[in-house]
Design a protein around this ligand. Structure first.
Ligand SMILES: [Zn+2]
Length: 192
């Protein structure tokens, strides 16, 4: 005897494979083992399909955010570290540019002090010494500025100190030009 699991009709003919009413696969009556696979086959996709997509994405999604969160952090710090290594040469160039800038400012300050002392009637030897010192500082600043521009020129990163190096070099060159003009004026004044 066979029974339909859908409509519960029973069929005496064991040769029947499907229910005549609804086409469901007939199961042998009294055979509980054949009943279970029939329900299990139906229950399996119903259980796995709704449960696994829900639990499977939920479970990986929860562990995965910590992984992307922890992975980008080491990924970012190695990214920053390789940037730190190229940063050494820009920093050296930046240091040179800053030193060059300080030289230019110091040169200008010494020149201003020199002019102030000169107008105050200070010792000409002292004035000459200060002027020579400021010229020397300007010269050192110009050389450092050239090196800084060359070093910054090699640095292709947007944080390079090219602009500062160029400004420092230009300031030192302007200062040296002023020194040369003052020296020339002094020579002309002395020759008269
Ligand atoms: Zn049926």
């Amino acid at each position: 005897m066979k029974r339909c699991p859908a409509c519960q009709r029973t069929y005496e003919d064991d040769s029947l494979a499907f229910c005549l009413e609804d086409g469901s696969t007939l199961v042998s009556e009294g055979s509980a083992a054949s009943d279970l696979p029939a329900t299990l086959i139906i229950a399996d996709p119903r259980l796995t399909n709704p449960v696994r997509p829900e639990t499977a994405p939920v479970a990986p999604v929860q562990p995965r955010p910590p992984q992307p969160y922890t992975q980008p952090q080491p990924a970012w710090s190695p990214m920053q570290q390789p940037q730190m290594y190229p940063m050494i040469s820009p920093r050296q160039g930046r240091g040179l540019a800053i030193t060059s800038l300080i030289c230019a400012i110091a040169g200008f300050l010494l020149l201003v002090i020199c002019i102030a002392l000169g107008s105050a009637g200070a010792n000409p030897n002292l004035l000459g010494g200060i002027f020579l010192l400021s010229a020397l500082i300007g010269l050192v600043g110009a050389v450092l500025g050239i090196v800084a521009v060359v070093k910054a020129g090699r640095d292709t990163s947007p944080q390079n100190s090219k602009a500062m190096a160029v400004v420092s070099l230009v300031l030192n060159c302007v200062y040296l030009l002023i020194v040369v003009i003052i020296l020339t004026l002094g020579v002309i004044a002395n020759s008269r």
